[in-house]
Design a protein around this ligand. Structure first.
Ligand code: 5GP
Ligand code: ZN
Length: 142
């Protein structure tokens, strides 16, 4: 299994530093976030060290994501939150501080303090299908 001795989440997987664990199998681990955006904030990670989501092969990706519905439902029921955000940051520019893939599961309630900017844009004529084609071409070469 790929690990990184300098990675804080690899150290949690190895049991070298403590974490409040929620669920665990051969591929995935979920534990409480130490700096919660809201009470009940949970992180879901692959046990293996992958830096970003595009580094994970299909099989472990599927094995991790399989856990999401159950985990989100449990967080929501246990905290009594009205909603939940599932967030996943890739790269420093996107807010990723820990370079080991993780999904944030964050309970949401009316009037909570969590805000983000969602600047809705608009495509110039022809740009949307052009970009779609470009993305499709990359997929076909993968
Ligand atoms: P990122 O900004 O990389 O998407 O999120 C990293 C998350 O990891 C943060 O929410 C932070 O609170 C959490 N975190 C960082 N170090 C630790 C740790 O040692 N233990 C736990 N449980 N969470 C951590
Ligand atoms: Zn790691």
């Amino acid at each position: 299994m790929k690990t990184n001795p300098d990675c804080i989440f690899c150290k949690i997987v190895a049991g070298e530093i403590p974490a409040c664990k929620i669920l665990e199998d051969d591929v995935a681990l979920a534990f409480m976030d130490i700096g919660p955006v809201a009470e009940g904030h949970v992180l879901l990670i692959p046990k293996e060290h992958y830096e970003t989501i595009s580094d994970i092969p299909e099989e472990p990706a599927a094995a991790i994501l399989k856990k999401l519905p159950q985990l989100v439902a449990a967080v929501q029921t246990a905290t009594g939150s009205e909603g939940v955000n599932v967030l996943q940051n890739n790269g420093t520019v996107a807010g990723q501080l820990v370079p080991h893939v993780h999904f944030h599961i964050i309970p949401r309630n009316p009037g909570d303090k969590f805000e983000y900017n969602w600047p809705v844009g608009e495509y110039p004529e022809g740009k949307m299908p052009e970009l779609a084609d470009k993305i499709k071409k990359v997929i076909s070469r993968q």
